[in-house]
Design a protein around this ligand. Sequence first.
Ligand code: COA
Length: 260
Amino acid sequence: MSFQNLLIEYKERIQYIIINRESKLNALNKATLEELHTAFSDAFNNPAVGGIIITGAGQKAFVAGADISEFKDIGAEGGGGIARQGQKLVFDVIENGNKPVIAAINGFALGGGLELAMACHIRVASENAKMGLPEVTLGLIPGYGGTQRLTQLVGKGKALEMILTADMISAADALQYGLVNHVVSQENLLEKAEELLNKILLRAPLAIASAITAVNAAAKDGINGFEVEIDAFARCFTTKDLQEGIAAFLEKRKPAFKGE
Ligand code: COA
C-alpha cells in the first residue's frame, strides 16, 4: 500500500508510521486521516507486525494540529461529521488497537496532534517538544477526543487550564503532569520508543491485547471495567501462550510466545 502523506517503515516486528507533510508541520488534513485509518487497520491485521511507533517527519513537529485550512465554511453538521468520523476511524481505532502503539513526539504536538498522541498507548517526547490544545484561539474546542483524554491523563484542573488558556507546555511540564511517559533528547527519541516497544514485544501478545482492552475499559462510560478485566483474565486461560509462560517459568527458561 502506498500513501501520499505517510511513510511506512519496518524494523523487525515494529512498524513505523511517519506523518509526512513536513512543509505544513504534518497537519492532519482529510487525506492524511484517511491514510492513517488504513495504515493502522493494516498494521493491526498484519501478523508480522508486533507494535507501532508513530512520529512526524522532520525535526520540528510531530503534528501541529488538524489542517485549519479545511475548516472554512463547513457549518455545524460538517463540523460534527469531521469530529465524529475522525474519532471513530482514527483516534478510537488507535486506542482500541490490539497491538501497542507508541507516539514518539518529536516537536510540536498541538490540537489534533496532541489528540493523536493521547490516543496512543504510550508517549515519549523529545526535549524540544511543545504540547497544547490551542483550539479556543480559533474559536473551536478540541474535537478528536482531546477534552476527554487530556482529562483522563492529567486530571480536570490541569486539563481545563491547558484547554482554556490554550498555552503550550514544555516536554518537562508534560512529564510532570503525566501527559508523557518519558522525555529524552531528540536524537535518542526513536531509540527510546523502540526500547520500550521491544520490551513489550517480548511479552505474550494476546495478554498485551487483553491488557489494553481492560485498561481502556476504565475510561468507558457505562462499562464495568472490573468485569471486563475478569473476562479478559479468564480468556488468557484459553491461550497456548499462558501454558508456555507457565512452562517457561517452571523450567527456568525464557518463554517463546506465539500469540496463540
Ligand atoms: N493547519 C494547517 N497548516 C498549518 C498548521 C495547521 N494546524 N500548522 C502549521 N501549518 C502550516 C503553516 O500555515 C505554514 O504553511 P505555509 O508555509 O504554507 O504558510 C507551515 O505550516 C509552517 O508553519 P508556521 O506557522 O510558518 O511555523 P512557525 O514556526 O512560525 O509556527 C506553530 C509554528 C506550530 C506555532 C504554528 O504553525 C501554529 O500555531 N500552528 C497552528 C496550531 C494550531 O492551532 N493547531 C490546532 C488546530 S485545530
